[in-house]
Design a protein around this ligand. Structure first.
Ligand code: GLU
Length: 315
């Protein structure tokens, strides 16, 4: 698939790019610090299999937290809402993604939602398979179907870098294990979780996955219902309430679309007009969102009237 370079989008990228200097590339996972500070690219993938791009769109990047929506979709389809929501809640926290404070103060041991690290670790521990290898292949197979790209795999370098430095995530697993919420083997789940976060793709792959969500789980190219309709709806709702970390409220006001970001600088957005958006801009704001990526979405939302909360979507 060749994406058309789109001049108007390019102008928006140039405008948003001015923000990159105010952000900072994540370095708490050492390998992420190797990304360039001032890069920004975007791809838009529409249901009719057309595609527009601007910026350095050939670059690949790791999903990090964006993967949390995809693992959630998989386990919701395998286990159903009741089982999944008995282990993880449905409320935003207002805290940073790696905070553990509410694990102790609210419903001890049960994470508030699947978009924060504690909740995502529980979700990953539920991924089905007879062995760690099986579980990884099962997740990768699902993500390859979502992007309709069999080449997708994880970046070993980033996965190993996070695996050897993730002590807070390990601490949260043990804490939840004490309360019987987390049932897996901590090291095995950490291995799968870090590989999940290190799954690597281009903004085109990401935009295509966004388009699957925009079409309520149906794939624009293959026509396959890859995600059940109800599960796609739940995932999109989580993206609105907690997809942009503890800036989700402000993002809902300024942009108004379901979106999920990751500390690599990726953002997946879902437009009400049947298209998905994939963004990569590694410089982050203080909440962990791509600083120029958010600016770009603000510009696009204003220009193309993307907010789900505008009246014309209700009539
Ligand atoms: N792998 C990252 C972590 O667990 C994901 C965080 C993120 O992208 O928000 O810290």
């Amino acid at each position: 698939m060749v994406c058309r370079h789109y001049q108007e989008l390019d102008a928006f990228v140039q405008e948003a790019k001015k923000k990159t200097g105010e952000g900072k590339v994540a370095d708490y996972i050492p390998a992420l610090a190797e990304s360039g500070q001032d890069s920004l690219s975007v791809t838009i993938y529409h249901a009719e299999n057309t595609c527009l791009t601007a910026g350095d769109a050939d670059r690949t990047f790791t999903l990090q937290s964006i993967s949390k929506v995809l693992s959630l979709a998989l386990v919701l389809m395998d286990y159903g809402k009741e089982k999944v929501f008995s282990c993880v809640g449905q409320e935003p926290t207002g805290d940073p993604f790696n905070s553990m404070i509410k694990l102790e103060t609210v419903n001890p041991g049960k994470p508030l939602n699947p978009m924060i690290n504690a909740g995502a670790l529980v979700v990953t521990s539920l991924i089905k398979g007879h062995s760690p290898k099986d579980r990884l292949n099962y997740l990768l197979g699902f993500i390859r179907r979502l992007a309709n790209n069999q080449e997708i795999t994880y970046c070993r370098h980033v996965a190993e870098s996070e695996f050897s430095s993730s002590m807070i995530n390990r601490a949260m697993c043990y804490y939840m294990k004490q309360y019987g919420i987390f049932k897996g083997d901590v090291e095995e789940v950490m291995d799968l979780y870090t590989k999940q976060c290190a799954i690597k793709m281009s903004s085109l792959d990401l935009a295509k996955i966004g388009c699957v969500f925009a079409l309520d789980g149906k794939h624009p190219e293959t026509g396959e219902q890859v995600i059940k309709k109800d599960v796609a709806r739940i995932c999109k709702t989580f993206m609105v309430t907690c997809g942009m970390y503890n800036a989700s409220g402000e993002f809902a006001i300024k942009v108004g679309i379901p979106a999920k970001s990751g500390v690599s600088g990726g953002i997946m957005g879902i437009s009400p007009y049947n298209f998905g958006i994939g963004i990569f801009g590694p410089a982050l704001d203080e909440k962990g969102n791509s600083i120029a990526g958010v600016k770009l979405l603000e510009i696009m939302s204003e220009k193309y009237r993307l907010s789900y909360f505008l009246k014309h979507f209700l009539s």
